[in-house]
Design a protein around this ligand. Structure first.
Ligand code: PNW
Length: 512
């Protein structure tokens, strides 16, 4: 009988179910919050080239790529890279074509301080960064500057690099020079890009320069020194520069989402999370500070069982805990992808011992059904980004978040529908997290253009612009993703249905 409560109930259920399905498929255009900044990023060694020009000295990537050229895919190196040292005007033109609010780039320590120390400042190197910054500001594009994105001066590496506690002074001295030189115009500073990649990949797993394999020792020592160095620079900026320069400063942490294969593996996933990025986030963003408790306990117990007189994880002094706690104005996150995690008997003896992964006792993998990219590690899992942002909001009392990298790799191709789809899906869940209350102020696409992808050379491309490495002028051509990102920035709207006309050139709009 029409109008009966039962029938009404069924109709209501049907309408609800339909609208849910329709929502997923329809993808209504969504507005970005007012004031949200949208930009793109690169890093010095990946784009600059000019590796030995105008007084620059060698860094660890120059050394590695020259000493062992073929540890890099196709024996590539960054000697010329995108030649941005000479083509910065074209780079700024691209930023204007896209209408970027900001551009995140990094400084090359050995270009500014060829001796590694402030006894000699390389005017030519300084001039390059002044030119780049001034050219950007002419068009109202905010510079966001990373002090350290992996290109340590070789001399400092020869003295132990991040495993030598003196790095705290070396990094502080270098950073002071950078604030003095550029801080009148640069209002967004990042101390260190991705401590995990610096320490674990550089000193533990041999997947970044200097390609060390001392996992379970050197990576932990690096982590401690790096956090103290970061905190010293934070306080120096706070005390000596912020009063007159008025900028903001923080650290950039790479964060994956770790999904347990089932509820009973939730603890394994949480342990892994604490080892992978809690190690950097907990000392700075938690109420207690210090390395995560689970990490201290596990490494201490393993070390003891292995016959070490003390934990392989170094301790912070109480003063260091206080120094590091709260030493970031925001949490800057680089996020790309998700891993599955489990822990069962098979994990025992699975990893070399002692080592970082042996300390954690987990196995991680990516599901073979997941959509991939040109990088074997990078799978398209937007729900992982959503869960990560939710966890951070809950665990660290809703900190201000900057997304400082997010992106997708392809081969050389201009119509990159898979990249377009990646960006749209990840932006969509970021907007969901903002609706839930996350305080996300900045979003950064990695990368403005193809560049030297570390051990993968130029074989994996992350650019909104494609770079032609065969052409002497490193011709940059906008991909479909560049057209789409431009429209997102122009309209401040995410619209899954927008189709750009790629027969038209990507031109600079008025006011840019
Ligand atoms: C970043 N992960 O590293 C770096 O900051 C860039 O220099 C690099 O080119 C870019 O990613 C692409 O690889 C990553 O945990 C660090 O999934 C960690 C992860 C991914 C990338």
């Amino acid at each position: 009988m029409l109008g009966s409560p039962q029938l009404l109930f069924y109709v209501a259920c049907f309408v609800l179910a339909e609208s849910k399905v329709a929502n997923v498929n329809r993808h209504e255009a969504r507005k970005f919050p007012d004031g949200m900044l949208l930009g793109a990023a690169t890093a010095s060694y990946q784009v600059e080239g000019a590796w030995d020009e105008d007084g620059k000295s060698e860094n660890i990537w120059d050394t590695l790529t020259h000493r062992e050229p073929c540890v890099i895919a196709e024996c590539h190196n960054g000697d010329v890279a995108d030649n941005s040292y000479h083509l910065y005007k074209r780079d700024v033109e691209m930023m204007r074509e896209l209408g970027l609010d900001f551009y995140r780039f990094s400084l090359s320590w050995s270009r500014i301080l060829p001796t590694s120390f402030p006894d000699k400042i390389n005017e030519k190197g300084v001039e390059y960064y002044n030119n780049l910054i001034d050219e950007m500001l002419k068009y109202n594009i905010q510079p966001m500057v990373t002090l350290y994105h992996w290109d340590l001066p070789q001399k400092l590496q020869d003295m132990g690099g991040w495993a030598n506690p003196h790095i705290v002074d070396w990094f502080t001295d270098y950073s002071r020079v950078a604030f003095e030189l550029f801080g009148d115009r640069v209002k967004y500073w990042f101390t260190i890009n991705e401590p995990r990649e610096v320490c674990y990949q550089g000193y533990g797993s041999a997947s970044m320069a200097p390609l060390f394999t001392m996992s379970g020792y050197a990576d932990y020592i690096c982590s401690k020194n790096l956090l103290v160095a970061h905190a010293k620079v934070y306080h120096m900026y706070n005390n000596e520069f912020r009063p007159t320069q008025g900028g903001t400063i923080g650290i950039v942490v790479s964060m994956k989402w770790y999904e347990p294969v089932s509820e009973e593996h939730a603890e394994a996933a949480e342990d892994l999370t604490q080892f992978e990025w809690g190690i950097y986030a907990n000392p700075i963003f938690s109420k207690t500070g210090d390395f995560p408790q689970v990490m201290k306990e596990k490494v201490a117990a393993k070390s003891k069982a292995q016959g070490f007189p003390r934990s392989r994880l170094p301790e912070f002094t109480p003063e260091e805990i206080e120094l590091v706690k709260g030493s970031s104005d925001f949490l800057a996150i680089n996020h790309y992808t998700t891993n599955m995690v489990y822990r069962n008997e098979s994990v025992f003896g699975y990893h070399a011992s002692p080592s970082y992964y042996d300390d954690i006792d987990v196995i991680l993998y990516t599901d073979s059904s997941w959509e991939g990219s040109a990088s074997p590690w990078l799978k398209v899992i937007p729900w992982g980004f959503y869960k990560l942002l939710t966890k951070i909001r809950e665990d660290y009392d809703n900190p201000t978040i900057f997304i400082t990298e997010n992106g997708f790799s392809t081969r050389q191709v201009l119509v990159d529908d898979d990249r377009v789809s990646y960006y749209r899906q990840y932006l969509d869940v970021m907007l969901d997290a903002i609706e839930d209350g996350s305080d996300i102020r900045v979003y950064t696409a990695w990368s403005l253009m193809d560049n030297f992808e570390w051990l993968q050379g130029y074989t994996q491309r992350f650019g909104l612009y494609e770079v032609d490495y065969e052409s002497p002028d490193r011709t940059r051509t906008p991909r479909k993703a560049a057209y789409v990102y431009k429209e997102i920035i122009r309209s401040r709207t995410l619209d899954f249905h927008y189709e750009p006309d790629m027969t038209l050139p990507l031109t600079i709009d008025e006011g840019h």
